[in-house]
Design a binder for this molecule. Structure first.
Ligand code: NI
Length: 381
């Protein structure tokens, strides 16, 4: 396929995906569309018990490695003026997963052309539901990664210009935990706080005190955070409510700090609750751990990206989460950031990715798959 034809095909796929965003585990049309494109190019699709998303395969035996792209969108209403903006109100590819999907379709086409020369097999995971962080687990549960030796993923990064690849050894994204705290007191007339137990004052104390966990209890040179993002209690001015709900997130680049932050927040909730005469309840949703990029493989990816004409940089540290980290708990992997032009950040209703970055990212993805297979085969010789 000629360069221009290839770029045009990718642009069309990208526009379609961008116009038809679907939320996690609801990516039915997206899955259908991906399958159609893969079938047109003779790429085999594995028969797996997946409701949405799919795994495709190229190669003829030998060692197996995987590429992964996430396919889900966000509950955001798009506010760009793009000719191919979302056709669905309240749904948008605001995290660039349409870009990732297109990139991997491109990689599939390139790898298919080289199938007879590949020294192994490449599985392409079109993963559902990254944003709700259940998708990676759903893929792992199919068992399709059991014989996989290496995995490679990527994410758009609008703060990097097109032509730049961000590669960072170790943690390139943070662990993500979500918490809920209920502070249960006793409601009363606002003029008679002495008749009740005020959960709002207890909540205010806890929110303030929790700020000292990151600022006083962990290494100041490390990257950790606790954010309260949702506070709910009471509904008028002259009644003290009986309950306050707090919700928020804990993030860290270190597994040790992650465990410590959770323990400290639990202790504080418990003791502050007691100090104010209230009862507390806590719930957790454990998201992904920090990503964990193998330094040797990062060096190999950087060398390859430079060869392909990319500018390689170490991306700015961020505490966003990425469920690619679940794969890295099971196997070695590299997660890269692709520069998609200076623009609004991901999850913004004005986010956009420059389509010019797609074809080079596809080439990197395909080349990385082939390089990984060759490295694995060489090591075995
Ligand atoms: Ni994302």
């Amino acid at each position: 396929m000629g360069k221009q034809e290839f770029e045009e095909l990718l642009f069309q796929a990208f526009c379609w995906l961008h116009q038809h965003p679907e939320l996690g585990f609801e990516e039915y049309e997206t899955t259908k569309h991906i399958k159609e494109i893969l079938r047109e190019h003779g790429v085999r699709i594995l028969d797996l018990p997946m409701k949405t998303g799919l795994v495709a395969e190229i190669g003829r035996g030998g060692p197996t490695i995987a590429l992964r792209a996430d396919i889900d969108a966000l509950p955001v209403t798009e506010k760009t003026e793009l000719p191919y903006r979302s056709l669905v109100s309240g749904r948008m590819h605001a995290c660039g997963h349409d870009f990732h999907t297109t990139t991997m379709l491109g990689a599939a086409i390139l790898l298919k052309e080289r199938e007879t020369e590949l020294p192994g097999t490449v599985r392409m995971i079109f993963q559902p539901a990254e944003e709700v962080s259940g998708g990676a687990r759903a893929v792992l549960d199919t068992g399709i990664l059991r014989d996989v030796r290496f995995i490679c993923g990527l994410h758009v990064l609008p703060s990097l210009p097109v032509g730049t690849l961000g590669l960072k050894a170790g943690a390139a994204s943070a662990s993500v935990d979500r918490f809920w705290i209920r502070i249960i007191g006793k409601g009363s007339h606002a003029a008679h706080p002495d008749d009740g137990t005020d959960p709002i004052v207890a909540a205010a104390c806890l929110i303030s005190a929790a700020q000292t966990i990151v600022s006083r209890n962990v290494d100041p040179a490390s990257a950790n955070l606790i954010s309260f993002t949702h506070v709910e209690g009471g509904n008028t001015w002259n009644v003290i409510p009986s309950e306050v709900l707090l919700e928020g997130t804990i993030r860290s680049l270190s597994k040790t700090d992650r465990a410590f932050l959770k323990r400290r927040l639990s202790e504080m909730t418990d003791s502050i609750g007691k100090a104010y005469g209230t009862r507390t309840e806590m719930d957790w949703y454990e998201g992904p751990p920090p990503t964990d990029n193998d330094p040797e493989w990062i060096a190999a990816a950087a060398a390859l990206a430079k060869e392909r004409g990319f500018t390689v940089t170490v991306p700015h540290t961020t505490l966003i989460g990425e469920d690619f980290a679940f794969y890295q708990e099971e196997l070695t992997g590299v997660f890269a950031f692709v520069g998609t032009g200076l623009g609004p950040s991901i999850h913004s209703p004005k986010f956009q990715a420059d389509p010019k970055a797609i074809a080079p990212a596809s080439e990197y993805f395909a080349a990385m798959a082939e390089t990984a297979l060759r490295r694995i085969v060489e090591r075995e010789d």
